[in-house]
Structures are given as C-alpha cells and as structure tokens.
Ligand binder design. Sequence first.
Ligand code: UDX
Length: 413
Amino acid sequence: MQVTVIGTGYVGLVTAIGLADAKHDVICVDLNKERMERLSNGIAPITEEGIEEALQQNQSRLTFTTEYPVSDLYLIAVGTPERADGSCDLSAVEAVVKLIHSIQPDAAVVMKSTVPPGTTEKLQTVYPSLRFAMVPEFLREGTAIRDMRNPHRVIIGAHDQQLAETLTDLFKTNAPIVHVDPTTAELTKYAANSFLAVKISFINEIARLADIVGADVEDVAHGIGLDPRIGPAFLKAGAGYGGSCFPKDIAALTTLAQQQGEHLHVIEAADRTNEAQLQYVLDKINPSPGLHVALLGLAFKPGTDDLRDAPALRLAERLTKMGVTVTGYDPAAKTLLDQKESIEEAVAGADLAVIMTEWDEIKQITPELLVKQMKSARLVDGRNCWAYVNEPGNVQYEGIGRPNKTFSNNQTF
Ligand code: UDX
C-alpha cells in the first residue's frame, strides 16, 4: 500500500519507518526542505537509537518531499503545541486537513498527532467527504524504534468499517488491537499519558515523605511495584517529568475539562506536584549568589537530545536568576548554557553537582573524579541513579527520598 505521512517529527518519522519495515511504500512530507534533503541522504534529524540504521534499511521504500502527493491514505503527524492558555493548538492539523481535502476530497485521513477528544469527529463534520480515523501513538523518545516494532497495543478509532480493516492490516501486530470510536481513541491517549504522570508525581510525593521520616523511596517503589495491580514501571522518584508530551498533554486535557466546567483533580494535582518537585531539588541545592553548580544531564531523559520542557533547563533558569554560576554537560543535547565537552570539565571547581538526566556515563561518575575535580564534592542526585550510592567515598551525596548516605571512607553501614 502507498501511504503518505505528513510531518517528520518523532511520531511521523518513526511511524513512516514502521510502515516501510512492513513493506509499504511511504511518502513523507514536511515543509522543512533541509530536513527532507538530509533524510533523503539517510541522516536523521533526531538522536534516537537505531534510527539511522532503520532509515538506511528502508531507503528504497521511503521518499522524502516537501510536496503533497495524491494519495489514498494520509497519516497526519504534525505538531499540536500548547497555547498560552494551556489548550492545544490545532492550526497545523487543520491546515493539513484542508490541503488534503483540496488534493483528494475522498481520501482516508488518519490522525496520529495527539489531538483533544472530539477533534477528529469535528473535522469529519467539516469535511464529510474525507474518511477519518484516529490511531494514537504511544512511543517513547529514546526507545522509539523499539517501541514502534513492539507496541503494547494498537488503538484504532474509526467509524468507517472498511477503513478500520485497512488500518488493522496496515498496523499489523501481535499486540492487541482495540477498535473504538475516534473520540475514545483520543481520550485513551491522554488518559495513558496522564496516568503515567500521576504515577511519577505519586512516587515523588512519597519520596518527600521518605526524606522526612528517613525511609528509602527506592525500596518503597520496589516493594509496591511487586504488586501486579501497581506494577514497577514509572515509579522512579526524581526531579520530575518533562518532555514534549506529559506537560503539554496534561495542560490540554485539564484545560479542556475546565472549559466544560469540570476539574480533573488528580491530574491537576500531578501537575502541581511536578512543579513543586523542581522547587524541592532547588531547596536541596540551597542556592546563593556566587555558588557554582554543575548540571549533569540536560535532555529531558537519556537517549535523546530533546530539551523540550526539560527539568534541567528550568532548573538552570532559576539558578541563573539567583546569581548562581551554572555549567552543564550532556552527551547529546546542545543548549545555550555554559556547556562543557566532558563531565570532568563541567564539575571542575564546582561547589555542587546535580544529576538531572540518568545517562549511563553520568550514573557511572566515580567518587574519585568528583573529589578530584570539584571545589567541594557535593552531589545532589535528581534521578536517584548514581552507581556509587552505597560507596560514596568522600562525596556528600543526597538523593530524592533516600536516607543520607554520606560516609567517610572507613565507615560501613
Ligand atoms: C511519553 C510516554 O511514555 C509515551 O507513551 C508517549 O507516547 C509520549 O510521552 P516520553 O515523553 O518519550 O514518552 O518519555 P517517558 O519515558 O515517558 O518519560 C517522560 C518523563 O518522565 C521524563 O522526564 C522522565 O525522566 C520522567 N520519568 C519517567 C520519571 O521521572 N520517573 C519515571 O518513573 C518515569
């Protein structure tokens, strides 16, 4: 089948590769000419494990262009950013649908972009000749290719039975396929992201209490996660969540509910807790003018160079405003901070280092390196990931919700 994918961000590009993997011919359309040229040469616009190999493997089935082709099936994967009032900006989606309608008025249009519940139905009313479906995307950055090849489920939201069948074929998988209406598909996507955000904020609150009572949140998370009703995933306490999805999607969903006179209390609270969590890290740093803080890890999570809503950047902004000197290090993300080429350089002369992203090389920083390079070897672990937590040497270590593990060399537990 020949499929056109509009938008070559994370969702569009990875979906296109997935379809090409399944031997479909895919035309990728994006207004960014330079990006299309680079992609045609097998160069990925994002840092993502396995993406360039996947692009090269599927080169013969992938075409990159800035022109909209005539096609029977269009997948929309353009951005739906947050507006100032928290709602979802649908202007790019609307412009794409209008264009598709002008090219092929009876095309099948599949929404892959995350759009608020009700959007696809509304578009169907405006463009009755187009046949719409909504198939939300659940991939994670950093593991996007793996997630695309091994989805946990495929949700197909379509009224049109024939289109639903075509999409069942197109997204063929061993995972469960759930057939619903478009609005239910849209809400499923938001509910999934909100639930995961709630899990993170929940464990972050427990971490704060663990700090007060002297318990270890890592052991609490392990203990509760063994209950299959709870599950072990997304119970990692730390500096809070960021990224291109959770903050934006939660804002869109809570704003939508508020506009209808409804409050999503649990989800709103997860958002507030996430804000407070950054302040909590800031309090642990105890900033004062002239202090030198090294931020280790800047991307919103490891495995990506994505800085959208990255907690490290928000922290850097607050520290800088308080007169703190900030140096940073990240193996992939590039920022406007005083960013160094190595961990050694970033922590050199610093009063305090803060782990903000759990990259492997950051987890493995040795106590010796910190003691040798820093003015005072203080480490705040905003991801509870430091490999030497039980043998910190002369490093003054503080995690999030973990008992203080500062020992001198000859002390044992
Ligand atoms: C998320 C969803 O997981 C994915 O299904 C959806 O399609 C897009 O949004 P992503 O934003 O790529 O994916 O990253 P994810 O791994 O979910 O992490 C999001 C944020 O939560 C990161 O900042 C991460 O550090 C934080 N996080 C995650 C925690 O603080 N604790 C955890 O236990 C898990």
